[in-house]
Design a protein around this ligand. Structure first.
Ligand SMILES: [Fe+2]
Ligand SMILES: [Fe+2]
Length: 171
């Protein structure tokens, strides 16, 4: 049982790296999309190019990232929370509970990223409009990644403290 929660802690920490890596990939793909707008000022060319590769790739990377993050948050909201309830001191538990409230905000940010991608896919914009939209999308992705990285870092501190408590108590 104690091993289970220690395993969960280790998995969650490892997942932070994986999920943040997905966000870096999202940023890279969104850079490709932005580059299309910069090179092909004619909207038709940009549309042809993005339809071929970039926007669908962006959409699928986003969907994959969303699924991973949803499963990750769900485990933190349930298994990990109960780990803190059972094995953490009051201070740790309160700190972890307050961190969990970030999840709602990060989920909402991701919804906004999805909306900005959908707006791009909808097409029908002038080149200037296209640039503005890609810029907004890129900003939304970066802000979400930064928010998530800060959250994961704070979370990791608490997880390592809980891990130490559990293993120390057992020794
Ligand atoms: Fe979290
Ligand atoms: Fe996390």
């Amino acid at each position: 049982m104690l091993e289970d929660i220690v395993d969960t802690i280790d998995n969650i920490i490892a997942e932070h790296q994986v999920i943040l890596g997905r966000f870096s990939e999202l940023e890279a793909v969104s850079n490709d999309v932005t580059a299309v707008g910069a090179y092909d000022k004619a909207r038709d060319m940009a549309l042809a190019s993005e339809e071929e590769q970039h926007l669908p790739r962006l959409q699928s990377t986003l969907e994959e990232t969303n699924l991973k993050l949803k499963a990750h948050f769900d485990r933190e909201d349930t298994v990990l929370l109960s780990g803190f309830e059972q094995h953490g001191n009051r201070k740790l538990l309160l700190a972890f509970r307050s961190l969990l409230s970030d999840h709602e905000e990060i989920r909402a940010q991701l919804v906004r990223v999805g909306e900005s991608v959908s707006r791009l896919r909808a097409g029908g914009t002038s080149p200037g409009d296209w640039e503005e939209r890609t810029k907004r999308m890129r900003t939304a992705i970066t802000e979400t990644r930064e928010r998530l990285a800060a959250h994961a870092s704070d979370e990791q501190d608490l997880l390592l403290k809980l891990r130490k408590e559990i293993l120390g108590r057992r020794a």
